[in-house]
Design a protein around this ligand. Structure first.
Ligand SMILES: NC(=O)c1ccc[n+]([C@@H]2O[C@H](COP(=O)([O-])OP(=O)(O)OC[C@H]3O[C@@H](n4cnc5c(N)ncnc54)[C@H](O)[C@@H]3O)[C@@H](O)[C@H]2O)c1
Length: 353
């Protein structure tokens, strides 16, 4: 269902967007251009499941800035109202407290399915619930997409490649996942979700998109969920020991959240014939040891690095092959690690006080 921007809705939009002058006398060429764009632009109602989480809250804000009507659905397991509180006075933003394991009935044009705990501490807290969130969440959101004829995008993950034997990982690689290990509830849940997406496409012609997201960091990450970037920054800012699991030589590639959001929106906007899966990540590799040293330097911390054993099934290397994203989405990450870390450190400096 498309909601055209009628003059009435446009007037409402102007009232809620203070940067828009309310009287024509203030209009300059840029404003006229922007108003023309909104006037002719088709405003969509977009559902973001997991919208109060780290990535979801950035996505909600971005979609609102693009002039859409955004519904954020979340059960607040790992998300927080603090991530979205600044959006609440926008009349085109709604929040629904709901669990994706239960069906939901609303009218929507697009669905970004992000609801799922993403860090090992959280997804291992209740593995069965994590599997249900991935699998039932996919079934319920796909059912909704089928009924409303909405386009639906799945936030899949590089974890579906497991501990990869192919490096860098391209979308044709089927992965190396231990189905019995502690990470399996997340990895296998996400793999089944991909399969469900494909089957809803084959059987019901649902318009699907699959994004395989690699390590993403930025402001609004949860400070205590054990993800490496937030962990190191918080430890450095508090002057605590920085804990490296392993000897620090294993690598990761980190993408800044703004780059990911741009990639997700581009993927959603592709033609219906492009389904993915497509890798969205930053291919620049960095060792965990180097990351720790960078963060110590950038925060001016006196923290020391300590080394602990690697957790079971922790992948030694992760690096996306983004050839497909470049070709099909015209997308590549733009934010270098220093700039991204600076913004993230600034966020944690403010929120840890
Ligand atoms: N951050 C990354 O590096 C990364 C990498 C790969 C994939 N992803 C995927 O992106 C998505 C968002 O990740 P994130 O980093 O923002 O994590 P997050 O934990 O900050 O966000 C997940 C959100 O989903 C909500 N949620 C969890 N279970 C739910 C349920 N049953 N019903 C409704 N809401 C529920 C949480 O409360 C939270 O707001 C996840 O699906 C994750 O698997 C993230």
């Amino acid at each position: 269902m498309k909601l055209p921007v009628t003059p009435f809705r446009f007037a409402e939009f102007r009232r809620c967007a203070p940067q828009f002058p309310s009287h024509p006398v203030f209009l300059n060429i840029t404003n006229l251009f922007t108003i023309f764009a909104y006037y002719t632009y088709s405003m969509k109602r977009i559902l973001v499941t997991g919208g109060a989480g780290f990535i979801g809250s950035h996505l909600c804000e971005h979609l609102l800035n693009l002039g859409h009507d955004v519904v954020c659905l979340d059960n607040y397991f790992t998300g927080s109202k603090m991530n979205i509180v600044h959006l609440l006075n926008n009349p085109y933003f709604e929040i629904i407290r709901h669990d994706v394991t239960m069906p939901i009935y609303i009218e929507t044009d697009e669905i970004y399915n992000l609801a799922c705990p993403a860090s090992p501490v959280h997804y291992q807290y209740n593995g069965i619930k994590t599997i249900k969130t991935s699998v039932m969440g996919a079934i319920n959101t796909l059912g909704l997409a089928k009924r409303t004829k909405a386009k639906i995008l799945q936030a899949s993950t590089s974890e579906i490649y497991g501990d990869p034997e192919v490096h860098p990982q391209h979308e044709g690689y089927w992965g190396n996942v231990n189905t019995l290990g502690p990470r399996a509830c997340y990895d296998e849940g996400k793999r089944v979700a991909e399969t469900l997406f494909m089957n809803y496409y084959f059987q019901n012609n649902v318009r699907i998109k699959i994004a395989r997201i690699f390590n993403t960091y930025g402001p609004k990450m949860n400070s205590n969920d054990g993800r490496v970037v937030s962990n190191f920054i918080v430890q450095a800012l508090k002057g605590e020991d920085i804990t490296i699991f392993g000897d620090g030589t294993h690598t990761r590639s980190f993408q800044y959240v703004d780059d990911l959001i741009a990639g997700l929106v581009r993927l959603m906007d592709t033609d219906d014939s492009f389904l993915g899966p497509v890798n969205l990540g930053n291919p620049i590799e960095i060792t965990i040891g180097t990351l720790a040293k960078m963060i110590i330097k950038m925060t001016g911390s006196k923290s020391k690095i300590i080394y602990l054993p690697l957790p079971q099934d922790d992948p030694k290397q992760r690096k996306p092959d983004i050839t497909l994203a470049k070709k099909e989405l015209g997308w590549a990450p733009k934010v270098d690690v220093e700039t991204g870390l600076e913004k993230t450190i600034e966020y944690f400096r403010k929120t840890l006080i």
